[in-house]
Each structure stands twice: as C-alpha cells, then as structure tokens.
Design a protein around this ligand. Sequence first.
Ligand code: HEM
Length: 141
Amino acid sequence: MTPDQVTLVQQSFAKVAPISETAAVLFYDRLFEIAPAVKAMFPADMTEQRKKLMATLAAVVNGLADLESILPAASALAKRHISYGARAEHYPVVGAALLWTLEKGLGDAWTPDVATAWTAAYGTLSGFMISEAYGRPQAAE
Ligand code: HEM
C-alpha cells in the first residue's frame, strides 16, 4: 500500500466510525446473504461480535502506517479463526462483504481511489492472516 492509500483508508474509515453499529449490521447481513453457510459459525446474539469486529477494524486501520505494529495481533487473530471454522476461501467472501458495506456506508465518498485503497488494505491483511493460519506447517505447541 502506498502512503496515500493508507490515508484514504483512514479518512474513509473515520466517516464510517460514527455509524459503526449500523455498518456492522449491514456487514453481517451482507455476509450471510452471499455466504449463508457461514451464519451457523457465529453466535446467535451478534451484539458483542459486531463491537469486536468494528474495534478490530479500527485498530487495523490505525496501524496501517506502521504495519509491523499490528502483525502480531493479526497473526493471533488468524490463528484463533482456525478454531472458529474459518478457512482460507472464506477470506475473499468476507472481503467482498466488507467492501460492499463501505460502499453503502460511504455513498459518494466511495471513489475509485478509495475502493482501490481498501482492496489493497484488505488484500494485505487477509493475505497475511491466511499465510499465518494456513500457509505453513504449524509448529506443535
Ligand atoms: C480480516 C478478516 C477478519 C477480521 C478482522 C475478523 C475479526 C474478528 C473478530 C475481532 C472476532 C472476535 C473474536 C476474536 O477476536 O477472536 C471474530 C470472530 C469470528 N470470526 Fe472473524 N474476522 C475476519 C475474518 C473472518 C473469516 C474469513 C471468517 C470465516 C467465516 C470469520 C469468522 C468468524 C467467526 C465464526 C467468529 C465468531 C467466533 C465465536 O464467537 O464463536 N472471520 N472475527
């Protein structure tokens, strides 16, 4: 990601932050619409889940300019997801639901440059998480 892309992601996320609860509802509704099978993996009450997702996204977005600082937490998150039943092929689906949500939430502020910047951001994060969780043999712990 270029520094300009980091700025675009941070500025656009700041616009969604005031409606983060709504954005999270939109996100999971969309996810369960395009991937109905994953719904059963989540708790019935999504209240806490929505908060955790938005808090984690905020932390990632804040850390984009200093990627090294967020990698340990992203690695741990990826590894926890193995036990949630997440597989590598789910990541692009989650990415599609996320980008769709941002597009809806941002309206006119969802420009082609913002879309490209978010695609790069999610690609970087999910690529790293996939490789941490599934990309190499796990050491016995
Ligand atoms: C960059 C991508 C993702 C982010 C930032 C993310 C974030 C989170 C966070 C913060 C939690 C709360 C629990 C924890 O911190 O361990 C969580 C839980 C969960 N995630 Fe993700 N997630 C991502 C991708 C995925 C994918 C690809 C799947 C596959 C369907 C998935 C399925 C789940 C499930 C099922 C839970 C709930 C576990 C439970 O409470 O039983 N996530 N996610």
